[in-house]
Write a protein that binds this ligand. Structure first.
Ligand code: BTN
Length: 247
């Protein structure tokens, strides 16, 4: 379990260590699965691995996680009904932008991370009830370096990232602490500010069936998509969206 790849001190810099258990791995099946089977001993369980062999994406898809990427999960007990997957998008956008000093990391609804119009990261939120614990597990995958690629997958290889992974992990943990402490109240504004497709024409699909089309007018505090058409503003809570020019 002891990882020689990560710098634990750097990851925990300026973090209250009494609040979390940090589990670092060189190789793991899935950081989300590890959180599922591990009992919370502290307020947070944070897991990061250099690579995953059974990384999972949304909708039952496989998530490719070669060595050098970010495979991160954070688990905590949470009764709230917050749209945590969108909030995690904001936390991730800020974590990467600050660590790499870039301004072009964007968000695609509901929770994809975009760089140069390609997907460079995703978020998988799961709930697990075991014994008396009702856990929320937020898994974040960020492509720092990918070899095999679909045309719409991107990575952050063009940055000097060798030393930045620990900083991104540190920022992610601090972001989640900030949110659970009630200090990320402006997350809706931040999400809308960093959205890759604000005011663009989008198509909404459910199970691959086109259900609506219009202008993306942002999200609300429930994390719902607001779609502007000729006469009204509609709200959508689920679905996949398609935008011309973005992966
Ligand atoms: C998506 O499909 O966009 C979500 C991808 C989420 C991947 C992350 S990597 C860390 C965590 N562990 C997993 O198995 N999946 C999530």
């Amino acid at each position: 379990m002891v990882s020689i790849i990560f710098n634990r001190e750097k990851i925990l810099l300026n973090i209250d260590k009494s609040r979390l258990e940090l589990s670092l791995h060189d190789k793991i099946g899935s950081t989300n699965d590890f959180c599922k089977i591990t009992t919370l001993k502290k307020e947070f369980l944070v897991v990061a691995s250099d690579m995953q062999t059974k990384g999972r994406g949304r909708q039952g898809k496989k998530w490719i996680s070669p060595a050098g990427n970010i495979s991160f999960s954070i688990a905590y007990e949470n009764a709230d009904d917050e749209p945590i997957s969108l909030i995690a998008g904001v936390i991730s956008q800020l974590a990467i932008s600050i660590a790499l000093n870039v301004s072009e990391i964007k968000l695609k609804w509901p929770n994809d991370l975009i760089y140069k119009n390609k997907k460079i990261g995703g978020i998988l939120v799961e709930r697990e009830i075991s014994g008396s614990q009702n856990k929320t597990i937020v898994g974040i995958g960020i492509n720092l370096a990918l070899n095999e690629k679909e045309p719409w997958w991107g990575d952050l290889k063009s940055f000097n990232i060798q030393n930045s992974r620990d900083d991104i992990l540190n920022n992610l943990i601090r972001g989640f602490f900030q949110f659970t402490d009630g200090d990320l109240v402006n997350w809706v504004e931040l999400w809308n500010l960093h959205c890759a497709h604000k005011n663009k024409i989008i198509k909404i699909f459910n199970n691959k069936i086109l259900i609506d089309e219009g202008i993306f007018a942002g999200i609300n505090s429930k994390g719902a998509l607001l779609l502007k058409s000729d006469k009204d503003l509609k709200e959508y809570n689920s679905g996949e969206i398609l935008i011309e020019g973005i992966y």
